[in-house]
Ligand binder design. Sequence first.
Ligand code: CP
Ligand code: NVA
Length: 318
Amino acid sequence: MVRSFLRDTDLSPAEAAEVFELAHRYKTTRGAGVLDILNGQSWGLIFFKKSTRTRLSFEAGVYELGGNPMVMSSNDLQISRGETIEDTARVMGRYLHGLVIRTFEQEMVDKFAKYSGRPVVNALTDLLHPCQSYTDMFTMMEHFSNGAPNVESLKGKKFVFFGDTACNMAYSLALAGSMFGVEVVLCGPEEFKPGKELDVLFDSANLEKSYTFTPDPEAAAKNADVLYTDVWVSMGKEDEKAERIKQMSPYQVNDNLFKLADKNAIFMHCLPAHANEEVSESVLESPRSIIFDQAENRLHVQKAIMSWLVQKNRQLNG
Ligand code: CP
Ligand code: NVA
């Protein structure tokens, strides 16, 4: 059996806490030289969608762990001319030691894991973005802990996600938040409320839900510790842009919503951001905004995820 990271719940909360500890260690010792955990390994980073943070942080991360990152756009592969995922994955498994994949369908990352025989990391699908949600939990831990970041600091925090609550970020944050006792509120238009697929994700992981949905932004913001948003038009949804902007405009995160939140509330966004669309420029640029800590932490957390998988798979398979 080869462990992968395809869904937020692929690690238990205790295992995720190990990843966070490792991420903290990597962050505080960065610059002390290249590590050797991926010595002699080549990792394929395959992108079916655009990326800035994910691509750069994984490429730098594999290098800093002593490995060889090989970045590929799906357009350059025979997949774009009809070669199957099953065959591509079996071929890649013969050359590469791990895969990081950003794509549309969740089923595709599942197939890569099944057929490559290598650890696969989900670098965003239409359904989930677990590397980002883990990074966000870690960044919140850094912010709320006294001393070293610890998962206990997340318990009972009111975390509100505004906007498209049926998108990958909303789902991953609902799952990861529920793993660590965060009180997650998903707030957006009824037309974009979470679908049954989120229930399926919770049920198949046997995870108790700690999220609720409301279409009322003022009620949601009240006493919140974290106000979070994501783009209103996710990659692949560009045809719905006009409709989405119209329906989501009451959910912009701005100073009015912050007035209702806890006085120490912070602002988070996975980025890329659209100032004065899903978030006002005043909030985006305010001292409450920890968006660049989130962006930086992608590097440390993803290095920890890859190391954790490599070490776990060595224990399991020798
Ligand atoms: N947040 C995030 O995944 O950014 P990129 O799309 O730039 O990778
Ligand atoms: N929901 C966004 C996240 C980008 C990191 C998208 O899928 O485009």
